[in-house]
Design a binder for this molecule. Structure first.
Ligand SMILES: C[S@@+](CC[C@H](N)C(=O)[O-])C[C@H]1O[C@@H](n2cnc3c(N)ncnc32)[C@H](O)[C@@H]1O
Length: 397
């Protein structure tokens, strides 16, 4: 694929996201190989994320001007949406309409006139909240019922800083909300070479909750590439990271080596019991990712109302494995980057009912909080991912 302009690239990538690709992975892979100026890469990124974060609203704005949008070629629908996005963001007509008409001409010349007419006719329209926020209606209803407030939701559509966790002394980087967390101001770089690992502070905090000590054995369950394991290893703990996905683990192994950290990786389906125990266990369970809709904006269109319940069943099974691996008196941290009742409080409530030998251990959360009591829900504000954490202590017999 050799797109000539950021606009053409954005349309091509959005077509792939529509077919199931993940926007962030796709952008990382494609932009890495393009010898374009950073400005052009940033513009393509802005278009892709902008369209995905506002999709319902863009279609709503286009609706009065199209008799049968679903009959249009998919590329033209993205051209229209991207033109509407730039209108929404206040770009002047002369800079906005012509380039998108040219883009339409290059793909479907006979539809260039339609694109021109529609993009010139756009007008403000009062949208219901779920359309304005471009979030599934069922999710907003669930959030309103559970958190009692929706004011955090707008932040999921705002660009966020790139946070990095530092594994070496760094100078000159603006600090993030945790001591080892910083904001990376420039284009992406060879981060491990600089002793840095891109990571949201809310993700780093899940690992910090274990308060790992030098020499202590720690199990990192559902560790993926091991981002949380890196923090635990940097504290001097002996870390064993388990996951189902050997590819992620291979990537993690490479990064750990480059960061100078020691993590042991083991591949296993954690629905089956583990053959070992440790005083500290972290379970960063797979989830709906509803706290990460800013970085993964396409996820919201793939979720169904049954997903939180389905994920909660898997999480409950994984928590069972994790709990049986905790030594007496030991600590278990359960974390998900999800903002649903089912995957957070729901899982932990059911777990505590079945396991009187575990009790919640309170902690101070350094982030804005949406809800707390039975664990803590972090608000996805200031570029933070939304997270749920529960810290559980196993009684000594
Ligand atoms: C939230 S991600 C983990 C992210 C990772 N802890 C980090 O900080 O980068 C969830 C992980 O669970 C893994 N997973 C899903 N189902 C699993 C299972 N049944 N057994 C083991 N790992 C599983 C996925 O491969 C994925 O890497």
């Amino acid at each position: 694929m050799k797109p000539k302009t950021p606009r053409a690239l954005a349309v091509d990538l959005l077509l792939q996201v529509e077919e199931g690709a993940r926007a962030q992975l796709l952008l990382d892979r494609v932009l890495d190989r393009l010898p374009w100026p950073e400005r052009d890469k940033a513009y393509a990124t802005h278009l892709v994320y902008g369209a995905l974060r506002r999709l319902y609203l863009l279609d709503f704005l286009l609706e009065p001007h199209l008799s049968r949008p679903e009959g249009l070629p998919r590329a033209i629908r993205w051209v229209l949406r991207l033109g509407a996005l730039e209108w929404l963001l206040g770009k002047a007509d002369h800079a906005r309409v012509h380039p998108w008409v040219e883009e339409a001409k290059a793909r479907h010349p006979r539809l260039a006139g339609l694109v021109n007419a529609v993009l010139r006719r756009l007008a403000p329209r009062e949208a219901p909240p779920w359309v304005r926020l471009s979030l599934p209606e069922w999710l907003l209803k669930a959030w309103e019922g559970f958190f009692g407030d929706l004011s955090f939701a707008e932040a999921l559509n705002e660009p966020a800083p790139l946070f990095v966790t530092a594994y070496r002394e760094v100078e000159g980087l603006p600090p993030g909300p945790l001591p080892e967390s910083f904001v990376w101001p420039g284009p992406k770089a060879d981060f491990p070479a600089l002793g840095l690992q891109p990571q949201n502070p809310a993700s780093l905090f899940a690992a910090k909750l274990l308060e790992a000590q030098p020499g202590e054995r720690v199990l990192d369950l559902c560790g993926g590439a091991g981002l949380k394991a890196f923090h635990l290893a940097a504290r001097g703990a002996e870390v064993i990271s388990y996951d189902l996905n050997p590819k992620r683990q291979a990537a993690g192994r490479k990064t750990a080596e480059r960061l100078g950290l020691k993590v042991a990786y083991r591949t296993q389906d954690l629905r089956a019991p583990l053959g070992e125990k440790a005083p500290k266990v972290l379970l960063d369970a797979p989830c709906t990712g509803t706290g990460t809709l800013r970085t993964h904006p396409e996820l919201r269109y793939r979720l169904s109302p049954e997903d939180p319940k389905k994920m909660a069943r898997l999480q409950r099974a994984l928590l069972e494995t994790a709990a049986s691996a905790v030594e007496e008196g030991g600590l278990l941290v359960y974390a998900v980057c999800a903002l649903t009742e089912e995957e957070g409080e729901g899982v932990v409530r059911a777990f505590l009912q079945d396991h009187p030998e575990f009790a919640l251990e309170p902690f101070a959360c350094p982030f804005p909080v949406l809800r707390e009591g039975l664990g803590v829900y972090v608000a996805p504000l200031g570029g933070l991912d939304g997270f749920y954490y529960a810290r559980l202590r196993r009684a000594k017999l």
